[in-house]
Ligand binder design. Structure first.
Ligand SMILES: [Zn+2]
Length: 88
């Protein structure tokens, strides 16, 4: 009788452990790895200011993959580069 009880306890513990492991594996698969940033050599430090021609929002770009990158978009329109070209 006590052996049967001990057997049931062991089975229950095993099942519980299995559930915990499956749960953690599931959670781990949900946590996506953070994408690697591009190598620093591919990014250029820039100091470009863009202004939205529609709502006048200004943004400053501090890093880009090109010295003269594509302008960002705001209000569905390309933003205007307002940095003087001398500053590039
Ligand atoms: Zn805008």
């Amino acid at each position: 009788m006590s052996i049967w009880f001990a057997f049931k306890v062991v089975v229950a513990l095993g099942a519980a452990l299995l559930l915990v492991r499956v749960g953690f594996a599931f959670l781990g698969s949900l946590a996506r790895p953070v994408p690697e940033p591009p190598p620093p050599g591919e990014l250029r430090r820039v100091r470009l200011t863009y202004r939205c021609s529609l709502c006048s929002t200004e943004v400053r770009m501090t890093a880009a993959n090109d010295q003269v990158p594509e302008p960002p978009r705001h209000c569905q329109e390309d933003m205007d580069l307002v940095t003087p070209v001398d500053d590039l």
